[in-house]
Design a protein. Sequence first.
Length: 265
Amino acid sequence: MRRYPEEVTAETQPDAVTVVLADAQPVVRRGLHALLSPSAEVAVTGEAASAREALALATATRPDVLVLDVELPGFQAGVTIQEINRVSPSTAVLVFTAVEDEHAILAAMWAGARGYVLKSCPGDGIVRTIRGLATGEVILGPRVADKLIGQLSLEPRNQQLFPELTAREREVLELIASGMRNVAIAAKLNLSPKTVSNHISIIFSKLNVSDRYEAIEVARRARLGRPGPPGHSPVVPGGSVLLAGRRGVVAPGAPACAGARSVRG
């Protein structure tokens, strides 16, 4: 884990966006650092090689934007990004990765990421993407946006997918898949934590899984881990979508890559 306090000085532009880079590959971090550092609009304040280091830097430096790869060692879908948002609510998380699997995209956006851009994106758009996130935009690469919108348009199929579960157990399973912990699930469903724990034990037994992570994988493979609470469609009239709790109209634009889409919310 590396910090760069010398880059956050009185000489730094007052409106410069502070950024932490988190990637397992040193060559990627160096490349991004070299790309971003010449810009007066961006100040790189540190680098991390693991999810633990990224969380520590977010806690210590509260950057405006944290750029991370979902293949970062120790990264947990639906948990790592939530933890970063918890310790530094003002930090916008940009997922910069080669992974374009729809489940990874959904998990990241539901957890609270404000952007998801593939590493195939031309480098000259990264500064604009970071500036956009820092000013409240949600930015998706073109292929990412297509996959996300396709997933959001799917009809809920919980009852057909897991007929062995009761309606309440399906609700609990979906909330587990979205990354919520037992206490949060209890509050959401107006249940006691003990009752939630009992439901989870029964779910594990019925689905023949041994732990929470296996249950999450089963649920996500069945397309349960979609953004939005049970019974709520993430697609709303007028072409608006709900991304990580933010409503906005998806519109074509070029904030980063050709065809990238920005949601201002």
